[in-house]
Design a protein around this ligand. Structure first.
Ligand code: B12
Ligand code: SF4
Length: 504
């Protein structure tokens, strides 16, 4: 693809303008979608994780550079400043707001760099609001851009081709306002996923290079060591995706005293040994992409890795190991009919799944699903605000769009009714597991007004001990050998020839 970009004079940074300051004045922004900034109600999900991608990019800046990082999900943006360089991370649902901010700063004369998932899918759209756009992950292109920028000759387009997590600078976690997040210790130790599901962002984002790669285990452990406290959340798409890496990591994490959550596939849970190693290392809740109970949909979405897997057995294995399950389900596949909502919810409750995340099938630009829908003339519009997995944006097959949206909302209501929560809890043999089920499910969904208050009074981080208590099963979950210290103790290093080597 060739991008037609308007030419703009080179940037007048502090250096190129001959001012006293040697470095660049950089502003990094994670813009929010409208819902996250509502004056009336703040869902807790937007105060969970800090902007890790931008903090990663900030690690490449020099000591002389001045950097401010703002996350609109948790704070009001200061847009009266005068940075030399503005860096914005664009998701599909925040694209409109991102472009608004980009236009604002360009009018003020700043050089605007846009990157992230949505920019990778639609670089030409983004380029209308940017001076430089970035396709794919930033670890290879971003430092090249910074050199170009300092030299006064940044390019309009940077495309990632080299995919590695080796030798990265330290993430600038000092820029993260920890007190504004329930889970400030989010971490990624791998990029992408070995699978190729049609609806997933992954194939589109990683085109032109490797689509799955991990850090060195040593580097992952070093990053874990730098995180204070006890709780971690691995944001990796599939932490178990490279079994050799995962088992070395889990072995080395034993005794660190960590409690953690992650995401993984049904297949990885069923694989003997890996789950057990993860639990010994502190895994207490896993996001699992079940997506659909219908094998025809799995096939048509190329989610082959879930075919012929015993979902029930996967849930049992997790529960037997003391791991809570956050099941992910997608509605609106062509094979779905109006009975899908009740069937799915009933199945999840009957399995004792603690929390569920439901989505309406959403064709993100750049994915195979999007191409298919577009070729079939089924896309209803390109209003990206509504591509949020809560609205129907394509012509449906097995039911009307209205039925799909109302069924989706009903699924949430039905799954999180008190009766359903208690029924799910009653599937547990152990009363502590049942109590943990009630506390966890109700904690997220039944106390939303409380979360709203906690967010407004900026007390979110204070709730973390409660989260840890629930994850620990109120102390009844098997403890790890080591008691954590405020600065967690050093990990056991993997043996030189250690044996061969999952959220949202
Ligand atoms: C954590 C997370 C969230 C968190 C917080 C997001 C945050 N603080 O960044 C919460 C819970 C709030 C969230 C909410 C939603 N999310 Co979300 N989320 C994620 C998740 C799991 C991890 C993101 C992450 O931190 N990655 C780790 C960091 C290190 O990587 P990164 O952020 O991608 O940054 C790198 C590159 O993208 C790049 N980069 C990024 N920006 C820039 C800018 C420049 C200039 C450059 C050079 C490079 C660059 O460089 C970075 C380093 O390589 C992703 C899945 C995924 N793997 O991306 C989904 C994901 C991003 N979410 C998604 C969606 C759909 C949503 C929701 C709409 C869901 C919903 N129905 O509510 C909402 C709304 C999002 C919004 N704000 O608009 C989709 C996005 C699809 C898209 N095309 O945009 C994803 C991909 C999930 C999926 N598989 O569908 N999400
Ligand atoms: S398994 Fe999950 S992360 Fe991997 S391609 Fe499929 S949907 Fe995406």
């Amino acid at each position: 693809m060739t991008l037609k970009l308007p030419l703009r004079p080179p940037p007048r940074t502090a250096r190129t303008a001959g001012r006293q300051r040697a470095g660049i004045k950089v502003k990094m922004i994670l813009p929010a979608l409208t819902e996250a900034t509502s004056p009336f109600f703040r869902p807790i999900k937007y105060s969970l994780f800090p902007p890790l991608g931008l903090a990663t990019l900030a690690g490449y800046l020099g000591d002389d550079d001045e950097v401010a990082l703002q996350d609109e999900h948790v704070e009001r943006l200061d847009t009266d400043d005068e940075p030399d360089l503005v860096v914005i991370q664009v998701y599909i649902t925040s694209a409109r707001r991102s472009y608004e901010l980009a236009d604002h700063y360009r009018r003020k004369g700043a050089w605007v760099a846009l990157g992230g998932l949505h920019v990778t899918s639609l670089p030409e759209e983004a380029a209308r609001h940017a001076d430089s756009v970035f396709i794919g992950p930033g670890e290879d292109t971003w430092p090249v851009f910074l050199d170009d920028f300092r030299a006064g000759c940044p390019k309009p387009l940077y495309r990632s081709t080299v995919r590695t997590l080796a030798g990265l600078p330290r993430i600038r976690r000092d820029l993260i306002k920890r007190s504004l997040y329930l889970v400030p210790n989010s971490i990624v130790v791998s990029c992408g996923c070995p699978h190729v599901c049609d609806f997933c962002y992954k194939e589109a984002f990683f085109q032109g290079g490797r689509g799955f790669y991990t850090q060195a285990v040593e580097d992952a452990l070093a990053e874990i060591d730098r995180l204070p406290g006890r709780h971690l959340y691995f944001l990796d798409d599939h932490l178990f995706g490279n079994a050799r890496f995962a088992s070395e990591l889990f072995d080395a994490m034993r005794g660190m005293g960590r409690l953690w959550q992650a995401a993984g596939t049904v297949g990885s849970v069923l694989r003997p040994g890996l789950l057990e190693a993860a639990v010994t290392a502190g895994l207490r809740s896993l996001f699992v992409g079940f997506e659909t109970l219908d094998p025809r949909s799995l096939r048509s979405q190329r989610k082959f890795q879930n075919l012929r897997r015993d979902y029930g057995e996967a849930v049992r294995r997790l529960h037997d190991a003391g791991v809570m399950v956050n099941g992910s389900f997608v509605f609106g596949m062509d094979e779905d009919d109006p009975s899908v909502f009740e069937r799915t919810v009933e199945w999840a409750i009957g399995q004792g799944i603690e929390t569920a995340t439901f989505h309406i099938l959403t064709p993100y630009p750049g994915t195979r699903l999007f191409e298919r829908m577009e070729a079939e003339g089924r896309l209803l519009h390109r209003d990206w605000d509504l591509y949020d997995t809560r609205h129907v944006v394509f012509r449906t097959r097995g039911m009307s769009g209205e039925a799909l949206e109302s069924g989706y909302r009903r699924a949430y209501r039905d799954f999180y009714r008190w009766g359903s929560i208690l029924r799910g809890a009653s599937t547990k043999n152990d009363p502590v597991a049942a109590l943990r089920h009630v506390a966890y499910a109700a904690g997220w969904k039944k106390f939303e007004p409380l979360w709203d208050r906690v967010i407004r009074t900026r007390q979110v981080l204070r709730m973390r001990p409660a989260l840890e208590q629930v994850l620990r099963g109120f102390g009844r979950q098997p403890e790890q050998p080591a008691e954590p210290t405020p600065e967690p103790r050093r990990a056991r290093r993997p043996m030189p020839h250690a044996h061969g080597g999952v959220l949202r």
